[in-house]
Design a protein around this ligand. Structure first.
Ligand code: SAM
Length: 169
């Protein structure tokens, strides 16, 4: 059985072009490092300075990385186009769980990210419905995508009620 992260990475590699990628929630830097190994330029966001520090340490030596300590809802103020975008929702493992993504803002960020996704591009969103607020967040994102007529696939073959949303453009 694949984990939600390995599945997200596998899907992301299906993007038509490998020029620009965005990690909307860089956390401990695992997804950013993966993106750096496959894309020419990577933008990585996180609202927590600690996550930016951890990601910087994990990606030492890479020059094609822009680390942005800001809310992912401002994604399109920094990035104008992308071939791949990853959202890995929830909280930073090993830190304050109160700082986490929420139903009231992640759907908005995902809709903004969709606007900058290039055709042939792929966006993945990992949702953890076992976490506090996670189920509500997952439902809100699906509702927002449905209301905009954006089609998506859901992968649910993981442990712990994790769901991966894939959007192709
Ligand atoms: C599950 S972790 C991400 C894991 C990460 N992708 C990795 O590879 O280690 C979720 C991250 O989302 C961040 N986050 C929460 N709300 C955010 C927001 N509004 N904008 C950007 N990042 C946010 C948290 O600080 C946390 O680091």
């Amino acid at each position: 059985m694949s984990t939600i992260v390995t599945k997200a990475h596998e899907l992301i590699l299906g993007s038509l072009n490998k020029d620009i990628a965005v990690d909307a929630t860089c956390g401990n830097g695992y997804d950013t490092l993966f993106l750096l190994e496959h894309f020419k330029i990577v933008y990585a966001f996180d609202i927590q300075e600690l996550a930016i520090k951890r990601t910087r340490a994990k990606t030492e030596g890479f020059e094609n990385l822009y680390l942005i300590n800001d809310d992912f809802k401002r994604i399109n103020q920094y990035v104008k186009e992308a071939d791949a975008i990853m959202f890995n929702l929830g909280y930073l493992p090993g830190s304050d769980r109160k700082v986490r993504t929420f139903a009231h803002n992640s759907f908005e960020a995902i809709l903004k990210a969709y606007e900058i996704l290039n055709s042939g591009g792929i966006m993945t969103t990992a949702c953890y419905t076992g976490h506090e607020g996670g189920l509500e967040e997952f439902k809100k994102i699906k509702e927002a995508l449905n209301s905009k007529g954006i089609t998506y696939n859901i992968y649910d073959e993981f442990q712990n009620r994790d769901f991966l949303i894939e959007i192709r453009k």
